[in-house]
Design a protein around this ligand. Structure first.
Ligand code: GRF
Length: 191
């Protein structure tokens, strides 16, 4: 079976990236390969790639005069690995037309809320502040909007009374990681 090649984009601690890599190592993602990891900052999570000898690239927006140029640099860096799927796993920036056109239908994103509720950078905080009793995580196909793409999968959990944003986010990340690995497995099986 040919490898199903992923390029993973991150900005932060990379626990979703680590879950993908560990699932591959355990044999739970048959045929899936992470060919490279790309970040917009020198993210701590890049160490999960570097420790395994997976190419890790930092492509900072600030190094480019326009977002368009930055997107073109991301396309060049990503296309080098000819990915079947680009996985935004805690990547905290919006992609623009060059990336979307180059990889249309092949970019997924994970978000820590039940979309279409609470899109944007503070999905966990916004859900808590609103006072909803149930929240969760969503994996979407990426389009031009902010967390507006078609929903691929969702997992829900009940918010505990008095729970802090950090506590809730940690619990969401547990179900989010499982879901993201499942979605990649299904894509790799062409489901
Ligand atoms: C995830 O909850 C993701 O949905 C959100 O930021 C978190 C990233 O976590 N945008 P990590 O960097 O994978 O640990």
């Amino acid at each position: 079976m040919n490898d199903f090649t992923c390029v993973v984009f991150i900005s932060g601690t990379g626990s979703n990236l680590r879950a993908i890599l560990e699932a591959i190592e355990k044999g739970a993602l048959a045929g899936v390969k992470v060919a490279a990891v790309i970040a917009d900052v020198d993210a701590p999570g890049l160490s999960f790639a570097r420790d395994r000898g997976i190419p890790a690239h930092v492509v900072p927006l600030a190094d480019y005069s326009t977002r368009e140029d930055w997107n073109r640099a991301l396309v060049d860096c990503t296309a080098h690995y000819a990915p079947d799927l680009v996985v935004l796993a805690g990547f905290m920036r919006l992609l623009g037309a060059p990336m979307l056109e180059a990889f249309r239908g092949r970019i997924i994103n994970t978000h820590p809320a039940l979309l279409p509720a609470f899109p944007g950078a503070h999905g966990v905080r916004d859900a808590l502040n609103y006072g909803v009793k149930v929240t969760g995580a969503t994996v979407i196909d990426v389009d031009e909007g902010v967390d507006t793409g078609a929903i691929i999968d969702q997992r829900a959990l009940t918010i505990r009374p008095g729970e802090s944003e950090e506590e809730l986010h940690e619990r969401i990340k547990v179900i989010e990681r499982e879901m993201l690995v499942d979605v990649i497995a299904r894509r790799a099986r062409n489901e």
